[in-house]
Design a protein around this ligand. Structure first.
Ligand code: CP
Ligand code: NVA
Length: 309
């Protein structure tokens, strides 16, 4: 049966370990210049309802590295933009491709696509979740810490799609997630309840200093996500005070790391000084999108990486 990746909890802890281990192996093969064309002749469809730099380029280069091909599909250039239904598009693309990645405004669009697709579907970001990002982030933290169990990640700012995904991942990694957000922009209660029911350790506070006090990792994301543009003024007002700046970083342990999924708005959720500073690991996170997604594609399309590699 085909396997989708719509949420980080579509894989279990064992699969997560093995995908991250494969991603690290693929990273070494790439840096040694060793060919690793394990998806020769395979095609990935990529539908983007919203803008993207990292997701688009990492999936496209990833398929090329693996000897396959990726197709960038803009809904406005497809019949989708003229009213063809998602379920019809899903069934047709499945007759041509080996997997489809979608970035959509509404999570329900991706769920509907997956329901009708007979090939694996990957969530490239929705209003609710961004699992490919957190997969690469987990790999990045594993490179730094080895074991993630009992690490504490402090999310500071908007309780958005990336934050929801971190919350859901808590039970998979054993990490504790503390979210500091203003009341109006806290993560979805349903996600928090689901994560806690699955054994995740989550707390929600309003004070960023309280969240970062004994955190190993500080994480933030833009205050105005794609699709939230009409709320820009209210958001900037409510989130003022949630910037990761040198003063807040000084409240965290001195070896705490700083993460951001990018794109960053310097001066809003993070200062230039912190983003460019020695505790920031944002460029490693961005790079690891490539390696983690290649491992994920191998798992979903070919059942995993060849054992000999
Ligand atoms: N972090 C991330 O998904 O970036 P893009 O929007 O550029 O794909
Ligand atoms: N929360 C952001 C993430 C961008 C990668 C957004 O949804 O726009």
């Amino acid at each position: 049966m085909k396997k989708d990746f719509l949420s980080i909890i579509d894989i279990d802890g064992y699969e997560l370990e093995s995908i991250v281990a494969d991603a690290m192996r693929l990273k070494r093969l790439k840096s040694a210049g060793t060919a690793h064309e394990f998806l020769k002749g395979k095609s990935l469809g990529m539908i983007f309802e919203k803008a993207s730099t990292r997701t688009r380029v990492s999936f496209e280069v990833g398929m090329t590295d693996l000897g396959g091909h990726a197709l960038f599909l803009n809904p406005t250039d497809m019949q989708l933009g003229r009213g063809e239904e998602i379920r019809d598009t899903a069934r047709v693309l499945a007759r041509y491709t080996d997997a489809v990645m979608i970035r959509a405004y509404h999570h329900a669009t991706i769920e509907e696509f997956a329901r009708y697709s007979t090939v694996p579907v990957l969530n490239g970001l929705s209003d609710r979740l961004h699992p490919c990002q957190v997969l690469a982030d987990i790999m990045t933290l594993k490179e730094r810490f080895g074991n993630l169990r009992d690490l504490k990640l402090a999310w500071v700012g908007d309780g958005n799609n990336v934050c929801n995904t971190w919350i859901l991942s808590s039970a998979l990694t054993g990490m504790e997630i503390v979210v500091a957000s203003p009341p109006r922009y806290q993560p979805r209660a349903a996600v928090v309840d689901q994560a806690r029911a699955g054994g995740g350790r989550i707390s929600i506070v309003t004070d960023p200093e309280e969240a970062v006090r004994d955190a190993d990792v500080l994480y933030t994301d833009i205050w105005v996500s794609m699709g939230d543009e009409q709320e820009r003024t209210e958001r900037l007002l409510a989130l003022k005070g949630y910037t990761i700046n040198s003063r807040l970083l000084a409240r965290a342990p001195p070896d705490a790391l700083v993460m951001h999924c990018l794109p960053a708005h310097r001066g809003e959720e993070i200062t230039d000084e912190v983003l460019e500073g020695p505790q920031s690991i944002v460029w490693d996170q961005a790079e690891n999108r490539l390696h983690a997604q290649k491992a994920l594609l191998l798992r979903l399309i070919a059942g995993g990486m060849p054992a000999t590699e």
